[in-house]
Design a protein around this ligand. Structure first.
Ligand SMILES: NC(=O)c1ccc[n+]([C@@H]2O[C@H](COP(=O)([O-])OP(=O)(O)OC[C@H]3O[C@@H](n4cnc5c(N)ncnc54)[C@H](O)[C@@H]3O)[C@@H](O)[C@H]2O)c1
Length: 256
């Protein structure tokens, strides 16, 4: 992958998938900025990769506006920051009569929507105008296989990933007219700090191996090279990324 001259932004770039993608983008020649809310991890990853590392809470539209105003254009954006509600669900008491939806607090719900959905909506809204004006750009959204299959222990996580999948599909036809590509990466379980101890037990019970972040990096590379607008790249253990293209849109993209 040769991405020299590209100005890249990775949200949730201090840890896990985001940090691994940021590292790959640096190796491919991009100028990379990582953003996150975890200041300690940001500092460590920023120093390790020798990239610009800044605090940005992706769930805040004001923070996005300030951030974009303070920076030159980005032409490669990985909207990746995300959380689960497993801290209170999979790591909490496992009473089958107390489903996760009922046990979750309003604050936990708002936070999950804020990071996983608002973070992608606000991020896309912040970077799309300049990409369209310049008639170039790539946006990669980290969704999940949860956009396709049920995740019973964390239904709100499933909701958020389904939501961003819909956003990617619906934005892609118009963006394609401007040479801007948006696609989604949909990994199964990946070995990152996002997966808590109880979640690891549950995944082991399912007989699902945890993937290395490199597999997700490979899928992001594939999405950037192939540039299939609106595509969802499914990432499963020991397989090449699987292209799940959206159905052809039966509507005119620019209705009168
Ligand atoms: N690990 C998996 O099994 C898996 C599978 C499919 C999809 N994903 C998705 O991959 C993405 C990255 O997750 P990961 O597995 O690398 O986990 P991670 O916890 O290692 O990284 C997520 C990063 O997002 C940051 N973050 C959280 N809230 C934020 C906010 N408000 N603003 C900015 N940054 C914020 C965290 O501080 C963290 O550094 C997420 O969207 C996640 O849903 C993960």
């Amino acid at each position: 992958m040769n991405l020299s001259g590209r100005n890249a932004l990775v949200t949730g770039g201090a840890s896990g998938i985001g940090a691994a993608v940021a590292e790959a983008l640096v190796k491919a020649g991009s100028t990379v900025t990582i953003v996150d809310i975890n200041q300690e991890a940001l500092k460590a990853t920023g120093a390790r990769l020798n990239v610009r590392a800044e605090v940005l809470d992706v769930s805040s539209s004001e923070a996005w506006a300030d951030f974009i105003a303070a920076h030159d254009h980005f032409d490669l954006v990985h909207l990746n920051a995300g959380i689960t509600t497993h801290r209170n669900v999979l790591d909490g008491p496992t009473d089958p009569l107390s489903p996760p939806l009922v046990r979750m607090t309003d604050d936990e719900y708002r936070r999950a929507i804020g990071v996983n959905v608002d973070g992608v909506v606000f991020g896309a809204r912040a970077v799309i105008p300049e990409m369209c004006e310049r008639r170039t750009g790539d946006i990669v959204v980290t969704a999940s296989v949860a956009a396709f299959v049920p995740i019973p222990p964390d239904p709100i996580y499933g909701l958020t990933k389904y939501a961003v999948s819909g956003l990617v599909k619906s934005l892609s036809p118009r963006l394609a007219e401007y040479g801007v590509c948006i696609s989604a990466i949909c990994p199964g379980f990946v070995d990152t700090p996002l997966i808590g101890e109880r979640a690891r037990d549950w995944i082991a019970e399912l007989g699902m191996p945890l993937m290395k972040t490199q597999q997700v990096v490979d899928a992001v590379s594939t999405s950037l090279i192939r540039r299939v607008n609106g595509a969802h790249w499914i990432v499963l253990p020991d397989q090449d990324p699987i292209l799940h293209e959206q159905a052809t849109v039966p509507f005119p993209t620019n209705p009168q």
